[in-house]
Design a binder for this molecule. Sequence first.
Ligand code: SF4
Length: 254
Amino acid sequence: MEKPSRKRLFIGLIGATCAVVCTVLVLLWVIPYVGLRNIHPWAPWALGLVLGALLLLVCWAGLALVLSLVSSRPLPLARRVRGVTIKLLLPLMSLLGRALGFTKEDIHTSFIKVNNELVLRELGRFPPGKILLLMPHCLQNSRCDMRLTYDIDNCKRCGLCPLTGLLGLRDTHGVHLAIATGGTIARRIVVEKRPRLIIAVACYRDLSSGIQDTYPLPVYGVLNERPHGPCLDTTVPIEALEAALARFLEAPGK
Ligand code: SF4
């Protein structure tokens, strides 16, 4: 049976949300009807200030994002631009994109591309021990019963799935490699390995939610390939991973 405290929390949150929405709706009617000046002589200015600040924030976020994408050099506040893009612009962009008829895949894929550009501009290079290659479970051959989530070295490197090549990549460069079956395991791996950069492979949906969940930790996303449809015997473009490693890895001996 569900814990009563959880139920109370849920009912409390629903009640609070309804109260906020009702207050906003009432204010939307009362303010134009009564007139701001009749509420307080300074009320028009106060509202103007709040709306002006919001307007500046939105314009700054949009302009900073565009400048970050067109400039070849890292801009000051680059990390903040990535944060605003992930936390504020993605949800707004998703709503607008859906209303304009774009598919979720189009919107998420473009977000991943923009995120990668920002990560490329913001970050320098890292020692191998600070980079984590995070893979989805569906890369493992569906007929293989090796348990890899807790120890990826249980893989026998038989060559039937991309794990053989990925383990080779890990051994060559000395980076961390892990498989996650979901957000909880991914978070546990991140806490354990303490990377400064994650290079993640997944579908557009999991990549965009992973990028949002792990912010401010930067994630460079690589889309998986799905020759058998979603979530079954997927593959990974190893060249894209190698190119990302070449970009982010510190030169040996540094
Ligand atoms: S390479 Fe072979 S042993 Fe390793 S996970 Fe894939 S199928 Fe299993």
